[in-house]
Design a protein around this ligand. Structure first.
Ligand SMILES: [Zn+2]
Length: 427
């Protein structure tokens, strides 16, 4: 009996060992045609990247390949670090706006997120920050990805966004008799602190709130601040005390400045930032997440895509003044972290943001840095992701062509590895 038990235990141990061996990738050697060193801006030829147990162990030109290494041939490609998108809404899409969105259950939204997670990963985004879900569906999505149940990027998830009653982060489509409010609504410093605690309790990695009105919300003004300085300070202090960074949605110049003064870590959109706001952001070291392309998409394709009329009108009014504001912030050297706002435009098309940033005056290299080194810093993940260096996660992508000459090649990412596992290889 004892012998049999030992035998069973031995078998269990063996199979666990085998399973483990299958899950943990062996050593992988990636032969690259060209590798973009995002730190120096140099394109290096014939570099080999060695990966073991999901992490980069060496990067160099004359590396000896370990005998057990599986070789991946990317000698026809340009290799870069996995991209980082600091502003997405994976659990919503074009069906989520206007009255139609009110009919979507959180379960349905979670499933939108499952499909979106795969699309953004296959588009080359190996790390994504989700800033705004209806409730906690993005937390569930993050956990399912981390548990290996579904493919998806590393997900920094915020749960529901905090906002004022009637603000951009509330839900204003229903008349008063429904007494409906969004999950993240809280007014007053103490209510805001309590809401931060609640959102953290249910798993948020980051706190998102609305510091001004927005485009795709009914009845509010993108140029009007939402929350007082006192409320924003309480929110930021509470979040930082709990070890969470804060992302503030802000279009109008006054709301941007209030949020920066309150100590937020990232300003989302930042559409009408003025000279004083630019100086403040530089002084405080806050990151700007400009979401350039989404505004162009709304202007060009929003009507056919079902964006409500109030959204189209508000976008048009902002666009008249946006380009010089954002262009000035880029030129002044504000730290810019790449963000797309996909959901408003289709998940998987986030690469279009690169060309949009370049149109506003960034170099292709600066745009690529914003989606690698800088975004990693903005998310506090610079030790893990954002460059191809020993010790970091093996989050690696490849494209055909030279992204420094034509940044649009990043719209067609052909190879994706996340944590040493290959999710796409069209080479
Ligand atoms: Zn957004």
């Amino acid at each position: 009996m004892l012998k049999r038990l030992l035998f069973v235990l031995l078998l269990l141990g063996l199979s666990a060992g085998l399973l483990h061996a299958e899950e943990a990738p062996r050593a992988v050697a990636i032969r690259t045609g060209r590798l973009l060193d995002v730190r120096t801006g140099e394109l290096k030829s014939n570099v080999i990247i060695l990966v073991r147990d999901g992490r980069i162990v060496a990067v160099g030109q004359n590396l000896r390949l370990p005998a057990d290494a599986e070789v991946i041939d990317l000698s026809q490609a340009t290799v870069l670090p996995g991209l980082i998108d600091a502003h997405t809404h994976l659990t919503s899409d074009h069906r989520s706006y206007g009255y139609h969105g009110l009919g979507l259950s959180t379960q349905r939204q979670t499933l939108i997120g499952v499909a979106a997670a795969r699309k953004v990963l296959e588009a080359g985004f190996t790390t994504v920050r989700n800033v705004g879900a209806t409730t906690y569906e993005d937390i569930a999505l993050r956990d399912a990805i981390n548990d290996g149940d579904i493919p998806g990027p590393r997900l920094v998830a915020g749960g529901p966004s905090l906002g004022t009653t009637g603000g951009h982060c509330d839900e204003n489509l229903l008349p008063a008799e429904y007494a409906h409010r969004a999950r993240g609504v809280a007014d007053g410093p103490w209510a805001v602190r309590e809401k931060v605690r609640e959102v953290v309790k249910y798993g948020a990695d980051v706190i998102k709130f609305c510091a001004t009105g927005g485009v795709l919300s009914k009845g509010d003004d993108p140029e009007a601040p939402q929350y007082t300085l006192e409320e924003m300070q309480a929110l930021v202090e509470e979040a930082h005390q709990l070890g969470r960074r804060v992302a503030a949605h802000a279009h109008g110049a006054e709301g941007i400045k209030l949020a920066v003064r309150a100590g937020v870590d990232t300003i989302e959109h930042s559409t009408l930032i003025d000279a004083e706001g630019i100086a403040l952001m530089r002084e405080r070291g806050a990151y700007l997440v400009p979401t350039v392309y989404v505004a162009e998409y709304i202007m060009e394709e929003g009507a056919q895509a079902g964006i409500p009329d109030y959204g189209l009108r508000k976008m048009r009014a902002l666009m008249e003044r946006r380009d010089p504001s954002l262009g000035a912030a880029f030129a002044a050297g504000v730290k810019v972290a790449f963000g797309t706002d996909t959901s408003v435009f289709p998940h998987g098309l986030g690469g279009r943001e690169f060309a949009a940033m370049v149109r506003l005056g960034m170099t292709p290299l600066a745009a690529i840095r914003s989606a690698t080194l800088v975004a990693a810093e903005a998310l506090g993940m610079e030790k893990e992701v954002g460059s191809l260096e020993p010790g970091k996660q093996a989050d690696i992508i490849a494209v055909g062509g030279n992204p420094l000459e034509d940044v649009r090649v990043l719209e067609r990412v052909k190879f994706v590895m996340k944590g040493g596992r290959v999710y796409k290889n069209e080479f």
